[in-house]
Each structure stands twice: as C-alpha cells, then as structure tokens.
Design a protein around this ligand. Structure first.
Ligand SMILES: Nc1ncnc2c1ncn2[C@@H]1O[C@H](COP(=O)(O)OP(=O)(O)OP(=O)(O)O)[C@@H](O)[C@H]1O
Ligand SMILES: [Mg+2]
Length: 410
C-alpha cells in the first residue's frame, strides 16, 4: 500500500529529489569537464547557474556537491545568502569547515595557522573587518590565501574543492560582492608549482571548482559591481524547463520494474505507474521541476493501490491547481512591467504570428530596439521565451497559463 510516508516525490525547495529528471548536460559538465580538468591542474572557469524560481538550480548543484562528496571531494554545503547578509562571513565560515576537513589545523606551518586565525576573524566580523597585519589586510585576501592552502592540500590528497554559493542575487552590497568574486576568481586563476613524476617542476591550477546559483536578477548586477573579471572567470548557464522526454525517462522506472518502497511490515513493496499516468504527469507539469514533483506527489497520494493510474494523476492534480497557478504567478509577477507586457502580447497572438515586429506592434511600442532588448532578456537571461522563427515559449507553464485553462483539468 502506498502512503504519504513512502512518497518519493518531493515538492519543496533545496532538495535533491529521489525522482530525478534531466539536467544531463550540467551533470556531465561537472563529471566530464569541470572536475577532471581542475583535478588535472587545468584551467576552467567557475559556473554560474541562473533560472526562474523553481527551475531546480539549488537541487542541481546540491546533487553535484553530493556526488562530489561521495567521491571524497571536499564540498561546502549549499552556502545560502539571505537578503542583506555579509557574503564574506558566510563563505569564510564554510571554507573554514573545509579547512578542518583538510586537516589544515594540524599544520605545523606558522603561516597556515595565522591565516586560519585571520579567516576566523572574517567569519566573525565579515567584510567590515580590518584584519590586522599590514600585508593582506583585506578580508578577501585572507579568504583567497586560505583557498590557496586548501587547494594545495587537495592536490596532495587527489581531491577537488567544490564551493556552492546559492541565492547570489541577494548580495546587495556591491563592495562585498566584488570582494567575494575577487577572492574566488583569484583562487580559480592562481597557479602553483608542483613536482611532476621524474622531478620536473611544473605549474598547475588549483583543484577548486566554484558554483554560483540564483535568480536571473544576478545577471543585472553586472558591470561595475562584479567587474570585468567576473565575466572572464565565470560562465553563466540559464536553466529552463525540462523537456518531456526527460520527464518520461525519469518516470520510466515506475513503469518497467516498479518503484521500490518500504512496506508497513518492514519489507519492500513495489509501486508501479501506468504509461498513461506518466504521460499525464509530464504534460500537466509543463516541464517545471517543481510542478513535476507536485504532480507526482499528489498522484501517489491520490489512492493506495499498487499502480498509479491516470485517474490518480488527474484527481491528485485537481487538489494542486492553486499551487500550480501560484507557481506561475510567482514567475510572472517578478518580471518588470516591460517584460510582462511582452509576454502577454506574445501569448495573445496565434503561434505562427509570434514575431518581434508583430509583438512590438501589438504592444504599441514606438521603439523596436527597446522591445528587442526586452525579448533578448526574456530569452537569454530568463529562459522564458525562445527567439526562434517564430518566437515560442520555453517556459511551457507560462504559455499554458496565459493561453489555456491550465492548470484546470477537465
Ligand atoms: N532535475 C530535477 N528533476 C526532478 N525534480 C527536480 C529537479 N530539480 C529540481 N527538482 C524539484 O523542483 C523543486 C524546486 O527545486 P529547487 O529548490 O532546486 O529550485 P530553485 O531553482 O533553486 O528555486 P528557487 O529559485 O526558488 O531557489 C524541488 O521540489 C525539487 O525537488
Ligand atoms: Mg534555490
């Protein structure tokens, strides 16, 4: 008997869900490019992963960190930036914990012990602190130097240091943000000398990988705040909706061998899902990771039979309609008015007519370049539309919400 207690779907935030879908490109980027290259001493930029609320940014990088920890890497937990928090403080604390893992406290080198003490000061007082000691007085310098020591220790152990800073859009203090990015960026591009087999001295980069995640608003904090070095040292990807194939693939284990779950008697029970049910979930959630979990969770709880049916999906979804609407409204309401207008004008047009000139006309816009800039943002920064020929919605939930009865089901 399936019960809410054994439900594998998790519609919350900051979770690595048991029923995982897609994001193969990003997982492979870590596994096949970023980790092996930094581990080998080669250069790779940091990664910035942005996306609208609920696209699975935190889950993705938490999963990468979990996989890294399983390999023995030193990964920070997700360092979440609350609004108005001092980023240097939080990152310093997280890096100190990694230093503990690395055993740096047991170092016999005076320099390392002094450095730990300086970073401890930063962790307490943050950006505002003036760390005593002349040279390297900036708190970001102390953080950078500790990262270098941590990187050296990681080289010896053959592991990678992985740092995940989440909700980066909340870092409001320009100077603090730039200090943080400088410390991280400098650590990424720092080269050390190591002795290769055969006694040859070579230079290499440190085995450090940095992930920044957050809302696309972070992209607007460009220019002066982040500086040109940011653009060079971090590469940005925008997460958009999951495609239907990935969703069906994620549900395939339910169809083929069944999902194993704990039974009341302590044994194992198998829960299956009909193929129609998987299709219904994939369709109703419109590719939104959060709604995918919501649809699955409600379908699971809709009855207690051994097979989740299409009826379970539909009746479960009925109880989740208002949550689904709220999810889309959260995305739409955050948009600046120009972008909202654009989306509404685009949605009101028949699919084939969704071209920039037609949308601009509909908006009554006098300046086409201005509308062009808005549409570019909605595409590259937010991942909500795709400026193909014609324009289309990448966020299928937004499209469904604006153009159909969705999330209502018949
Ligand atoms: N690849 C995935 N496959 C299936 N479900 C996912 C996936 N990624 C995330 N989810 C689910 O989506 C929901 C939202 O994920 P997450 O909290 O990571 O989003 P987010 O982009 O960080 O949102 P926010 O902007 O609100 O912080 C969670 O319920 C999570 O379980
Ligand atoms: Mg998040």
């Amino acid at each position: 008997m399936r019960s809410p207690l054994t439900n594998p779907f998790q519609a919350g935030s900051d979770i690595v869900p048991d029923v995982w879908a897609g994001r193969f490109e990003q997982l492979s980027d870590w596994r096949d490019v970023l980790r092996p290259r930094r581990n080998a001493g080669l250069y790779e930029t940091g990664r910035t992963i942005l996306g609208e609320p609920g696209t699975g940014k935190s889950s993705l990088v938490r999963r990468i960190a979990r996989d890294a920890a399983e390999l023995g890497d030193w990964a920070t937990p997700q360092v979440r930036m609350p609004v108005g928090a001092d980023p240097l403080k939080l990152v310093a604390s997280a890096v100190l914990r990694l230093a503990d893992t690395a055993g740096l406290r047991a170092s016999s080198r005076q320099h390392v012990l002094q450095l730990l003490a300086r970073v401890e000061q930063v962790a307490i007082s943050g950006f505002s602190v003036t760390v005593r000691g002349g040279e390297g007085a900036e708190p970001s310098t102390a953080l950078f130097e500790l990262l270098v020591e941590l990187g050296r220790a990681a080289i010896e152990q053959g592991v990678v240091v992985m740092i995940h800073i989440d909700e980066v859009q909340n870092i409001a203090d320009e100077a603090a943000l730039s200090q943080l990015l400088i410390a991280l960026g400098d650590a990424l591009s720092y080269e050390v000398e190591v002795t290769a087999p055969g006694g040859v001295v070579v230079t290499r980069f440190l085995p450090i990988a940095v992930y920044l995640t957050g809302l696309p608003d972070f992209e607007d904090m460009a220019g002066a705040r982040k500086g040109a070095t940011f653009a060079r040292r971090f590469r940005t990807t925008t997460l958009a909706a999951l495609d239907e194939g990935a969703l069906l693939q994620a549900l395939q284990p339910f169809v083929v061998e069944g999902w194993e779950t704990a039974a009341a008697d302590g044994g194992v029970e198998i829960v299956r899902m009909s193929r129609e049910a998987t299709k219904a979930i994939a369709e109703l959630c419109c590719g939104e990771p959060f709604l995918f979990q919501l649809a699955g969770q409600r379908a699971w709880n809709a009855s207690d039979g051994a097979t989740i049916s299409e009826d379970d999906v539909v009746s479960g979804w009925r109880g989740a309609e208002s949550e689904a609407s709220a999810h889309v409204e959260r995305i739409l309401n955050r948009l600046p008015s120009g972008e909202q207008e654009f989306i509404n004008a685009m949605a009101a047009l028949p699919r084939d007519d969704r071209k920039l000139t037609v949308i601009a006309q509909r908006m009554g816009a006098t300046s086409a370049p201005q509308v062009g800039a808005v549409s570019r943002r909605l595409d590259t920064v937010r991942g909500i539309i795709d400026r193909g020929k014609p324009y289309s919605f990448r966020n299928r939930a937004v499209e469904a919400y604006l153009t159909t009865d969705w999330p209502r089901v018949g």
